[in-house]
Design a protein around this ligand. Structure first.
Ligand code: ZN
Length: 191
């Protein structure tokens, strides 16, 4: 197992659409274990593969330590996830992102979604989800489509966030974990 560096949101890999996974093998199984280790070590609750530099449609969610995990959902792997239904009802919620350290803001998203995906046995799954699980899944599926959460802010909030995001782009911040900067250089975490 290995802790992988997390890519800064301005690295080009986070603007690319991820590619479908067609085969599950030992390499993929090991990679998913590394994703979990990386996410837990950075105190995250969701991670998309492109955040650790891999352009495949894989995301993980683990809200088992969260006090709002009312459904007691176990850590989940979603391969090739697709949202098939959205509720009309939306909800505002503050988001953060391991690729955007020290930046948090409120995003409006559908409250309930139906998501279809392959699990780690490449078995088709379909789930209706709400609450934090829905929120994290939508954020991570956005990553797989090359969308960052600050792109979903209201125009006013987007304007207000500009200088903070510029600092993150330049590396003018501290994170507790190692990162890959937009130019490919490594930035060490500060524990
Ligand atoms: Zn994120």
């Amino acid at each position: 197992m290995a802790i992988l560096p997390i890519y800064n949101c301005f690295h080009p890999i986070l603007k690319k659409k991820a590619v479908e996974v067609t085969e599950f093998n030992q390499e993929l199984s090991d990679f998913i274990k590394n994703m979990f280790e990386t996410m837990h070590s950075a105190d995250g609750i969701g991670l998309a593969a492109n955040q650790v530099g891999d352009n495949r449609q894989i995301l993980i969610v683990d809200i088992s330590q969260s006090d709002v995990n009312v459904h007691k959902l176990p850590p989940t792997v979603m391969i090739n996830p697709v949202i098939s239904e959205f509720s009309e009802q939306t909800i505002e919620f503050q988001e953060g992102c391991l690729s955007i350290p020290s930046f948090y803001d409120d995003v409006v998203r559908p409250e309930i979604i139906v998501v279809k995906y392959l699990d780690e046995n490449m078995k088709e799954q379909e789930m209706e989800i709400d609450g934090l699980f829905s929120r994290v899944t939508q954020h991570e599926i956005d990553h797989l489509n090359g969308i960052l959460f600050f792109e979903r802010l209201s125009p006013v909030r987007r304007t207000l966030s500009k200088s903070k995001l510029r600092k993150i782009q330049k590396g003018d911040y501290e994170s507790s974990y190692n990162m890959i900067m937009p130019n490919g250089e490594k930035k060490s975490g500060v524990k």
